[in-house]
Write a protein that binds this ligand. Structure first.
Ligand SMILES: Nc1ncnc2c1ncn2[C@@H]1O[C@H](COP(=O)(O)OP(=O)(O)OP(=O)(O)O)[C@@H](O)[C@H]1O
Length: 354
């Protein structure tokens, strides 16, 4: 089914290209005939794939040069609501730029006899701001476009995330006020782009991975052997002082310096570990983000000692958040599973180690 559909799209796209080439000097609607119909059909189907088929017929009957369509559509031509404009914007983004930026010299990706690169769908005019305006047939795969239809349900941002509330103010949420809607209707591209920029900025502000090192104190055995403490901590850096011998057997210490997101020395309590590592993740989970916390290190380095208190503290905070008015009605669900992986086997600790 998908393959068939793509084939028929490919044929139709070629027809549109031919059509544009034949009528490069005049408006496309003047080129009546089968190719014109095919071109209109592609445009109609393209719009239909985003549920915007009602925009196709007015455009066809206006006498507007269809090479200008991408720009016209981008300016919100015919679209009534902010939601429609958003769909148009996403549809436009599915145009295949073939890795070229608009400033790069244009190279046509297909050739048809009698058609030059400056014509039709491939012309600078048609491409407008969108690079090489070849319809990406893969992007027209129905499943992918269906996902474009999913409009996220209104979601109230967490007041705990820095800078989040500002970003969501410009979002196309269904709760957009009338005044905002009018503003968005006036120019749909600007808010979408601003919104995207803000999303990127917000994402880059929140580190995806945070590595925290905890130094444990020397244990009794090490103390009884009068072993040296070879790790010193300073800020978010630590130095390993490695005892070495030169070839002439003179002892010397080689320093290895490392920097992490945070380094906790041996005097730090488990509460402080929680505060630095897991506590900041909890509100992010309520932004519908997945979060993982794990410990690694050599045997006896303190993984169990460090990790053991964290789940209980995290569960307390999670439940506390769930009861906050801002999250209470958002249909969040809390699941808990507890496994041990040992010796290549998985044990369910909430089910008699089955
Ligand atoms: N920060 C710390 N303060 C005091 N004691 C600690 C600290 N970290 C670890 N210990 C002690 O060091 C010993 C080893 O710690 P732990 O069992 O947590 O290591 P581990 O990394 O889980 O080891 P393994 O990989 O062998 O399971 C334990 O007796 C633990 O109580």
């Amino acid at each position: 089914m998908g393959g068939q559909m793509q084939q028929s799209n490919a044929a139709a796209a070629t027809a549109l290209y031919d059509h544009a080439g034949g009528g490069a000097s005049g408006p496309m609607h003047n080129n009546a005939g089968p190719t014109s119909d095919a071109g209109d059909a592609v445009m109609a189907r393209w719009l239909q794939s985003a549920g915007l088929q009602h925009l196709a017929s007015p455009l066809a009957s206006t006498g507007i040069d269809q090479r200008l369509l991408p720009n016209l559509l981008m300016q919100g031509y015919g679209a009534q609501s902010a939601e429609e404009k958003q769909r148009l914007f996403k549809l436009m983004r599915n145009l295949n730029f073939n890795g070229e930026s608009a400033s790069e010299p244009f190279t046509p990706t297909a050739q048809t006899s009698g058609v030059t690169a400056s014509d039709g769908f491939y012309s600078q005019e048609f491409r407008g701001d969108f690079g090489a305006g070849l319809l990406d047939l893969h992007a027209m795969d129905d499943t992918e476009l269906l996902s474009e239809h999913v409009i996220s349900e209104p979601f109230e941002p967490s007041p705990f995330m820095p800078g989040v509330s500002k970003g969501f103010e410009n979002d196309f949420s269904l709760t957009t006020s009338r005044q905002q809607k009018e503003h968005l209707d006036a120019d749909v591209s600007a808010p979408v782009l601003t919104n995207e920029k803000e999303n990127n900025a917000r994402e880059s502000n929140v580190a995806k991975i945070k590595v925290v090192v905890r130094k444990r104190p020397l244990n009794k055995k090490e103390l009884s052997r009068k072993e040296d403490d070879i790790v010193s901590v300073s800020g978010n850096g630590l130095t390993v002082h490695e005892p070495k011998l030169k070839v002439d057997l003179t002892a010397y210490v080689e320093k290895h310096e490392f920097c992490f997101d945070a380094v906790l020395d041996q005097h730090v309590s488990n509460d402080e570990v929680y505060r630095v590592t897991v506590e900041p993740i909890i509100p992010i989970i309520f932004q519908r983000t997945k979060a993982t916390c794990f410990a690694y290190g050599q045997t006896g380095s303190g993984k169990t000692y460090t990790m053991q208190p964290l789940p209980l503290r995290a569960a307390e905070d999670l439940v506390r958040y769930l009861h906050q008015p801002v999250y209470r009605n958002q249909r969040f669900k809390l699941w808990l599973s507890y496994f041990e992986i040992y010796g290549g086997k998985l044990f369910d600790l909430l089910s008699d180690r089955k």
